[in-house]
Design a protein around this ligand. Structure first.
Ligand code: PSU
Ligand code: MN
Length: 307
């Protein structure tokens, strides 16, 4: 395994000393956020963590290695290169064996970060069950990874481009706790609320860390999804979002886009349709998730290791 993993020095040191660390993904850099702001946003997300005394490790795949803790130059490379593979579990070995440049999704980042011994990961929104999945079978590998890899993933829920009820049903079936942070309603990424109720609600990082430790003590392999709503002042209200999505989904259909192009296409169209507003929302929710993830990471490293 060692031959495929490269861990940045300060990350390796933090792992040894059990200092607080969080993982960050690179698909949002390569395919999720618009260029050229993507690189600057990724670096700022890392800065948010450092300000809180937590070491950030952005994950990517370069020259046949999974890199845990990209350097700023490597982040720039992933954020500017023409061809970057979007790497989930399916693509992981292929990207390594062919030495392709790869950006890891929530799924790919969970796998890599867990291999390196990290426990907490902040992202924007997870992938899920797509609308029309009963026809297309399009279900993100993120959900299966949450069912099999013990990482805490802090997200602003899942985007309303997805079928949110089916996404929650899937997670329930696969035994993944979805914990609402200070909310009993599942957030819809750009919007604070969806119509879906969450049964598990907590209001401190300590409590979330305690659930994780308990899962690990019991030998459970699944992860844990934290649903952290975007701060109200930065949200795009649900009705406006539904309008943009109606348009974008119709275009998706018309242009016959499928597979892993679906998520990037819808994100880009929502950005255009919202007149650029969705970007600020996306940035704010990402930083908000980084801050909560740092609180959880600090808590975990202060207590027992949980591994
Ligand atoms: N949500 C976002 N931006 C993104 C993604 C999700 O707000 O860029 C990315 C994440 O990396 C997620 C992936 O893991 O999309 C899911 O893609 P798919 O639906 O193809 O599994
Ligand atoms: Mn898909």
């Amino acid at each position: 395994m060692r031959e495929f993993i490269s861990i940045r020095n300060d990350v390796a040191e933090s792992i040894r000393e059990q200092r607080p660390m969080i993982a960050l993904e690179s698909t949002i850099i390569a395919h999720g956020l618009p260029r050229p702001r993507n690189v600057e946003i990724a670096l700022q997300a890392e800065e948010e963590a450092r300000k809180l005394g937590v070491v950030p490790a952005t994950v990517g795949i370069l020259e046949g290695k999974v890199v845990i803790g990209l350097t700023p130059e490597q982040i720039e490379h992933v954020g500017t290169a023409e061809e970057v593979l979007k790497v989930s579990r399916r693509d992981f070995a292929y990207a390594l064996a062919t030495r392709r440049l790869g950006a890891t999704t929530v799924c790919g980042t969970m796998m890599a970060a867990h291999l390196a011994g990290l426990r907490v990961f902040a992202t924007g929104g997870i992938g899920g069950v797509h609308r029309g999945a009963e026809q297309s079978f399009d279900i993100s590998a993120d959900l299966l990874e949450l069912a099999r890899t013990p990482m805490i993933v802090v997200s602003a829920g899942a985007k309303a481009i997805l079928d949110l009820p089916k996404t929650l049903e899937f997670l329930e079936t696969r035994g993944v706790p979805v914990i609402g942070y200070k909310t009993s309603v599942f957030p819809a990424f750009y919007s604070v609320e969806s119509e879906l109720v969450l049964d598990l609600v907590m209001d401190s990082p300590e409590q979330i860390a305690a659930v994780y430790r308990t899962q690990r003590s019991l030998g459970f392999e699944q992860g844990l999804l934290v649903a952290n709503p975007v701060p109200k002042e930065h949200e795009i209200p649900r009705q406006a979002m539904e309008r943009y999505l109606g348009t974008a989904l119709a275009e998706l259909d018309r242009e016959g886009i499928s597979g892993k192009q679906v998520t990037p296409f819808l994100l880009a169209r929502v950005l255009e349709l919202s007149g650029g507003r969705s970007l600020q929302t996306n940035i704010e929710l990402l930083f908000n998730n980084v801050r909560l993830a740092c609180g959880i990471a600090r808590n975990l490293s202060a207590g027992h290791s949980g591994r």
